[in-house]
Design a protein around this ligand. Sequence first.
Ligand code: NPG
Length: 369
Amino acid sequence: MKIESIELRRINMPYLAPFQTSFGVESANTHILICIQVDGLVGWGECVAGADPFYSAETTQTAWHVLRDFLIPSLIGKNISSVDESIAIGERVRGHNMAKAGLEFALWDLFAKQRGVSLAQMLGGMREKVAVGVSVGLQATPADLVKRVAGYLSEGYSRIKIKIEPGRDVELAAAVRKEFPHILLQVDANSAFSLDDIATMRQLDQYNLLLIEQPLACDDIFDHSKLQRELKTPICLDESIHTLSDANVALELGACRIINIKPGRVGGFTESKKIHDATQARHAPVWCGGMLESGIGRAGNVALASLPNFTLPGDISASDRYFHEDIVDPSFELNSDGTINVPTAPGIGVAVRMDRLEKVTTRREEFRA
Ligand code: NPG
């Protein structure tokens, strides 16, 4: 298919409540949406780079620059017959995984729509619904956190992730565990600790956690391998894993036993699938991470999570956990068994509500062949 037109839109979708982590506070989704039109078909993608370089080096601005000045010019006007061809074209650009992933996402959607199959089918998914959890940001007090968790559990979420940071760590895990002794509970440090904090990690190890996510530096694998040897709780890596190679090194070194796959962080669905296949072969479970996406990104995550080795609930919550109003129709809803349905219509399987999208668009640029 000949890539005739690509449009970038930066959006601003305020969250229902600010989301606080060890690296900062997120108040709105300011992602870039990518829209590719070919032969009357429209493919959508979401680039998950944030406003600040606090979670990853990429930001909305760097992603816009790389898309506009490098990735889009190399693709526009080309005739391509597969997503792999477009990846090969973009390979000359080093890094910038989130920018690449956003563009690749729109192509996956487009090719799936062209074939008349759902994105999940095209990715090799095998589930009609996926188990999901909710990620709860840092709250003012442990009591506030427990209250929030209670609210999500009563809505039907069956797995809870809480954010921790130095000084707000064991106390939070203890408070939630005391109130809910049997829930699936995990913690996420977003790289805020070091090996000097081994005593804290050993204490966390006592709370029957599903996993401890990314306790140490965002670019570290080696220290995590030392830490994992000291803990019975599995370490799960997020920030440290950008490629299939990173995943293989981490598992081989025993730096983690579980991997969080975020398509944006690893450069797209193609690399996500490779990591999925490699972890499956090593009997290491994966789950789908979240970047507080709009319904477009959420549709991609739900489709990916339908692959067989996504055996742990993902950070994929219903639209109403994030937004007053999502930009897709239908929006994502939580089933009573703590799952979300995988769309079956072609491509991402949900329609973009252009009226709502117009209202949240803050910057727009169109590129034509
Ligand atoms: O999408 O439900 C969600 C949020 C999941 O906690 C979550 N994401 O560190 O994984 C993370 C965190 C995050 C959010 C990271 C926004 C970067 C930006």
